[in-house]
Structures are given as structure tokens and as C-alpha cells.
Ligand binder design. Structure first.
Ligand code: ADP
Ligand code: MG
Length: 469
């Protein structure tokens, strides 16, 4: 099919509405946590939408949504729809029943309606693959709720029953095919390729991808074969309830620079960790730290987290001066010394350590009683990861976090972390976040943050990042 000249087509339809445009990266982040904890990977993901009108879909679809009492987007829909509408390939992971079908259907209609109508003997514009006949029928049913008012035709192609009726339907033409991969292969080969073809196909969905893998090797081969019939500058999206490792290889083969959207996969701080957050002035922090150490140090080992290497070394000196024997762990220390620091800390030879997040990633220290965030973590995952160093294996642990007025932008994430783990939120922290939001509103613009919440994922400082990889 390389020889055929393909027509260019449009796949980027998304225009962000002002209400979303004015949200700051911090507010977006908190909003994603509100939506059952949406986690996004990949560059340039649009913000999640809050209502159907914000995705820029047609009146006919809006009224169909209303007719079926789909009042507002579910979390996976809120994030996946603008991402797909902006032309991106996507992996969407959300549990069963979370509304994944609509998440790939709505952008599909916009995609199809933008193209010239099908001519005689032209195959579908959208191909939706799913592992079983039941799922194919279910998607077809959902699809018809919208395709009817739009005058689009859907054909469901699945094995196990007579092929002739499906062939007849296909020959009449359809913009959308919902299929199981095996039967679709049969169709492509039927009657020397005169039943249908994928020359017009530009929108491809692999739904319930994890279940394709449960069904063995064959479906994967079929998917590859079908995709082999479709031009390479198609738009491809993949949805699944889980994301097993085996799926990654398929994703890499068929998707191009995908955005990954996961709903509900976020970790929370374990309830065995007692969490404290103190809104505090920068110059009060060291004294407060000594006070906390005085209280806990006899009870077990302690990690103090800082944001930068220089701060680790500075704090180390100050603690030594205050007669606290301690070590530091960060990316500037060579591997050999890092190993010996970790060893000394694990066997209790030294029970106080100043560390950066990345250096302490994955550390499992049984007698760790206390974590102090001397510098406030700049995103949700980092907070959870740091606090999660303690309270392990059923032991009680404590986490203290210092946050200054200048760090107000991080307060939203920390509030979420407290809420999601069932911990009380201190009034001062709530206040800090409120005043940050009010200030932003008063300025009428989004405050640029250095923490890189917006799609690229969080940033550590450069040397630490090198260590993480
Ligand atoms: P999944 O594929 O994630 O398992 P489905 O797409 O099959 O979930 O949707 C599950 C149910 O939720 C379906 O009955 C569907 O009609 C309904 N549904 C989907 N989106 C919405 C919405 N935004 N509001 C209300 N109900 C919805
Ligand atoms: Mg589904």
C-alpha cells in the first residue's frame, strides 16, 4: 500500500477554552488529583476538561449525550478526550466501568466528520479492535447512540457466526468498523480484498488491550497485520483496564509519541504514617528541626530531605555543629561512597541522614521512624514517595513537612496527599493554598512555576536527574 497516494487529513481539532487556559499548572495538578488521581506522562498533554462543551464537539453529539444522561465527562474522558482531539496518540488506563468507550468515540466522530464522505468501494475511516464478540457488540451499541444522529454507518465484525451478513453490510459501506482482530483479517482477505480495505482508515483504536494479551499470541499478530494495512500517519489510541508489561511492546510498535493517561493509579501515603505539615519561615526551620530531632531521634533512624545537593551539604555541616552525627546522600557523591553511606544507615552505624529525593529513591530501612521534608516536595508523587520511606511493614512512622510562604504553590498537592490518605489538613496549610489561589485570581493570570507540572513531568535538578536514569 506504499504505492498508493494518500490524502492528507486533519487530526488536531482541539481549542482550549479560556476557563481552562487561565488555570495555573498547580491548579491543573490539583484538579487531576480530584478526578480520582489522573496521572499523565508524555509531553504537551492538554488540561482535563470539566464539561462536554469544552471539548468542542457538535450540537448533535451534545444533545445525544444529554439524551442518554451522560451529564459530564468521567475522569478518563475528561483527560483522554482533549488529548485525542488535539491529534495525539494515546494510552488510556482506567478501571472497568470508567467510561473508556466514550473517551475514544467522541474524538472519533469529529475526526470522521472532518473528512470527505466515503465513496463507493472505500473502506472505513475508523477501525476499533477489541478482543471478544461481546465487547465488539457492546461498543457498537454505544457507538450507534451518536452515529445515528450524525448519519454515520457502523458495522460490527466478529467471528463465530455466519460471515455473509457481515460481508453484505461491509459492502454497503461504513465509516466505522468495530471488530475482533481474527475476523477482521478474514474480511480483509475475503473475495480477493473486494469486501473492504483500509485505504481510508486514519483512526485506529485498540480497546481492552490487556485482555487481548490474556487471549494469547494470536490477537497480537492479527493487530500487527491489520495495522500493517493502515498508513503510518494514522492516529492510534489504546485503552485498557491495566497496563501489563507485555503491552508496552505493542504500544511501542503501534503508537507514535503517545500521551499516557492513567486514572486511579496514584499511590497514597500509608495510614501508619502520622503526617504533619508546618507552615514556617525559612529562618525558623533549623531550630524547629532540632526540636523535632530531640523528640524522635532516640526512637529510630531519621531521613531529612532537601531539594538540592548544596543544601544537603550545608545542612549536614549545621547539624554536625549542633552535635548531631550525620551523613549525606545525593547525586554528587560517587557510587562507592553512596553505597557505604547506605550501608552505615541500614545497619544503624549512623542514624541521621540528609538526602535528596532521587538519591533516597526506593530505600527500605526498617527502623526508620521519621522523615523530615526540610524543603517542601514540589509535586504529589515526590511527597508520597518521601513520606513512604517510613511506616513500613506495619511499623509506625512520622513525616514532618516544612512549607514556606514562597512555596505556597505546592500546598495544593500536599493537601491532596493528606486528604487521600485520610489525614487531617492543618488550617494554616489550607489558608496558604487559598491565598495563593486568590492572589493568582487577582492577578488574572497564571503564575509560571519552575516545577514543570505541565506535562513534561517533574524536574529534579540536573545532576540528580542524571542519577535517576
Ligand atoms: P469501560 O470501557 O471503562 O469499562 P464503558 O465505556 O463500558 O466503561 O462505560 C461503562 C458505563 O458507563 C456504560 O454503561 C456507559 O454508558 C456509562 N457511561 C460512560 N460515560 C458516562 C458518563 N460520562 N456519564 C454517565 N455514564 C457514563
Ligand atoms: Mg471498555
Amino acid at each position: 500500500h506504499q504505492k498508493i497516494e494518500y490524502e492528507p487529513y486533519r487530526k488536531d481539532f482541539y481549542v482550549e477554552v479560556p476557563e481552562l487556559a487561565k488555570m495555573s499548572p498547580e491548579e491543573v495538578n490539583v484538579h487531576r488529583l480530584d478526578l480520582e488521581g489522573i496521572a499523565v506522562k508524555g509531553k504537551g498533554c492538554p488540561k482535563p476538561i470539566k464539561s462536554w462543551v469544552q471539548c468542542g464537539t457538535s450540537m448533535k453529539i451534545l444533545s445525544a449525550l444529554k439524551r442518554h444522561s451522560y451529564e459530564k465527562p468521567t475522569p478518563i474522558q475528561a483527560q483522554a478526550i482533549p488529548a485525542i482531539m488535539s491529534g495525539r496518540d494515546l494510552i488510556g488506563i482506567a478501571k472497568t466501568g470508567s467510561g473508556k468507550t466514550i473517551a475514544f468515540l467522541l474524538p472519533m466522530y469529529r475526526h470522521i466528520m472532518d473528512q470527505r464522505p466515503l465513496e463507493e468501494a472505500e473502506g472505513p475511516i475508523a477501525v476499533i479492535m477489541t478482543p471478544t464478540r461481546e465487547l465488539a457488540l457492546q461498543i457498537t451499541k454505544e457507538c450507534k447512540k451518536f452515529s445515528k444522529p450524525l448519519n454515520l454507518r457502523v458495522v460490527c465484525v466478529y467471528g463465530g457466526t455466519g460471515i455473509s451478513e457481515q460481508i453484505a453490510e461491509l459492502k454497503r459501506g461504513a465509516e466505522i468498523i468495530v471488530c475482533t482482530p481474527g475476523r477482521m483479517i478474514d474480511m480483509l482477505g475475503a473475495n480477493s480484498g473486494r469486501v473492504t480495505n483500509l485505504r481510508r482508515a486514519t483512526y485506529v483504536v485498540v480497546d481492552e488491550a490487556d485482555r487481548m494479551f490474556d487471549m494469547g499470541f494470536e490477537p497480537q499478530v492479527y493487530i500487527d497485520t491489520i495495522i500493517g494495512h493502515i498508513l503510518s500517519y494514522r492516529q492510534t489510541v489504546m485503552f485498557s483496564a491495566t497496563f501489563p508489561r507485555a503491552m508496552e511492546a505493542l504500544a511501542r510498535r503501534i503508537l507514535s509519541k503517545p500521551i499516557e493517561v492513567q486514572v486511579g493509579g496514584r499511590s497514597v501515603v500509608c495510614s501508619d504514617v502520622e503526617q504533619h505539615v508546618l507552615v514556617i519561615e525559612e529562618d525558623q526551620k533549623f531550630l524547629k528541626l532540632l526540636e523535632i530531632l530531640g523528640h524522635y531521634q532516640e526512637k529510630g533512624s531519621v531521613i531529612i530531605f532537601v531539594d538540592k545537593q548544596e543544601h544537603a551539604d550545608g545542612l549536614l555541616k549545621d547539624l554536625m555543629k549542633a552535635s548531631y552525627p550525620c551523613m549525606s546522600l545525593h547525586g554528587g557523591i560517587d557510587q562507592y561512597d553512596r553505597d557505604s553511606v547506605i550501608n552505615d544507615f541500614k545497619n544503624g552505624a549512623c542514624r541521621l541522614m540528609v538526602a535528596t529525593s532521587v538519591a533516597a529513591r526506593g530505600l527500605d530501612i526498617k527502623q526508620l521512624i521519621l522523615v523530615v521534608n526540610y524543603n517542601c516536595p514540589n509535586h504529589y508523587e515526590d511527597y508520597v514517595h518521601r513520606a513512604g520511606r517510613t511506616g513500613r511493614a506495619g511499623n509506625k512512622g512520622f513525616a514532618y513537612t516544612f512549607i514556606t510562604d514562597e512555596q505556597a504553590r505546592y500546598a495544593g498537592d500536599i493537601i491532596k496527599a493528606l486528604e487521600l490518605s485520610g489525614s487531617p489538613v492543618p488550617k494554616e496549610l489550607e489558608q496558604l493554598w487559598l491565598s495563593f489561589k486568590n492572589q493568582r485570581q487577582a492577578e488574572g493570570k497564571s503564575i509560571k512555576s519552575s516545577s514543570g507540572f505541565s506535562g513534561k513531568g517533574f524536574k529534579f535538578d540536573e545532576t540528580e536527574h542524571a542519577l535517576a536514569n
